[in-house]
Design a protein around this ligand. Structure first.
Ligand code: UTP
Length: 291
């Protein structure tokens, strides 16, 4: 019987330099895809997987992310007064139970591994999910729920993986793989950003993880890896052999919204998937693709 997964860490302390000037005074994770900020997609996905407790790892200039999950009292009162039922219902559906979101501060962005280590008190002795809000997944079953299903069967660590072009392995955490069973891959090694000629495979980790709390022990060593950052991948690699470790070739399509082209593609894909917008977007796109 595995310990149930109830916690998620959302690292949002990055600088978002690739989206300047949009991210000068606004966090990258508040950028909307269609009409919902990236952070809200991550929280909704986690809640759909049974997660109840959240920890946002924030930094300077990230207050809007915290405010986003507060009650907009005046706005709600005005909407009620004007009988804007739909808008009001939308806000209320998304309201978080009191006390379910905590925040910790990463004063200096020293890397994703360091950001996770900052959440160590929240993590305690429990397994936890990590969702990087700038990775969006469009799928039938929410990606984190797919990971939790595997975790409930295998225990240990489970990461979402997808194939990348061999020449792009130096952008991602890459798996060395053992036994393959359908969509599940045994992880026998992990390397952060290997050059294509040294990459053990073309399977990359995307921003969805279920990890055991032991990873914090390895992160505490503060060893610097690729880019002189404290890399989560390096700490995860140290758990291999001590507990089950699987990669899941998840169902769905992942969009890297930390990158401009990926973000624009996500806008189109998510808009096309929406019954209220899809037909209009499909119609106007024709004016551009043949130009
Ligand atoms: P990115 O590599 O996308 O970095 O981080 P970034 O700073 O957000 O964006 P660019 O590259 O400057 O444009 C991946 C995730 O890890 C978080 C980010 O907030 C993002 O969710 N992160 C990264 C931290 O929380 N702390 C860090 O020190 C580094």
């Amino acid at each position: 019987m595995v310990k149930p997964l109830r916690k998620a860490v959302l690292p949002v302390a990055g600088l978002g330099t690739r989206f300047l000037p949009a991210t000068k005074a606004m966090p990258k994770e508040m950028l909307p895809v269609v009409d919902k900020p990236l952070i809200q997609y991550a929280v909704d996905e986690a809640r759909a997987a049974g997660i109840e407790q959240f920890c946002m790892v924030t930094g300077r200039g990230k207050t809007a992310l915290i405010d986003h999950f507060d009650i907009a009292f005046e706005l709600e009162a005005t909407l009620a007064e004007r009988n804007k039922r739909e808008a009001l219902d939308l806000l209320r559906e998304e309201a978080m139970p009191p006390g379910s979101i905590s925040t910790v501060r990463q004063q200096v962005p020293l890397g994703l591994g360091h950001a996770i280590w900052c959440a160590r008190t929240f993590i305690g002795d429990d397994p936890f999910a990590i969702l990087l809000p700038d990775d969006l997944v469009l799928s039938e079953t929410p990606c984190t729920a797919q990971l939790v299903k595997v975790y409930n069967e295998t225990g240990g660590n489970v990461v979402a993986v997808s194939e990348v072009p061999k020449e792009h392995t130096n952008r991602y955490g890459i798996l060395k793989t053992g036994a393959v069973e359908g969509d599940r891959v045994e992880v026998t090694g992990l390397v952060e950003k290997p050059a294509p000629e040294n990459a053990p495979s073309n399977l990359s980790i995307i921003g969805r993880y279920v990890l055991l709390p032991e990873v914090v022990t390895y992160l505490s060593r503060m060893e610097r890896g690729a880019g002189n950052e404290v890399q989560l991948t390096d700490a995860m690699a140290k758990m291999i052999g001590h507990a089950p470790f699987h990669g899941l070739k998840f169902e769905g399509k992942r969009f890297d919204c930390g990158d401009k082209a990926g973000f624009l593609e996500a806008q189109i894909a998510f808009a096309l998937a929406r019954p209220d917008l899809g037909p209009a977007v499909r119609a106007f796109l024709k004016n551009y693709v043949n130009a």
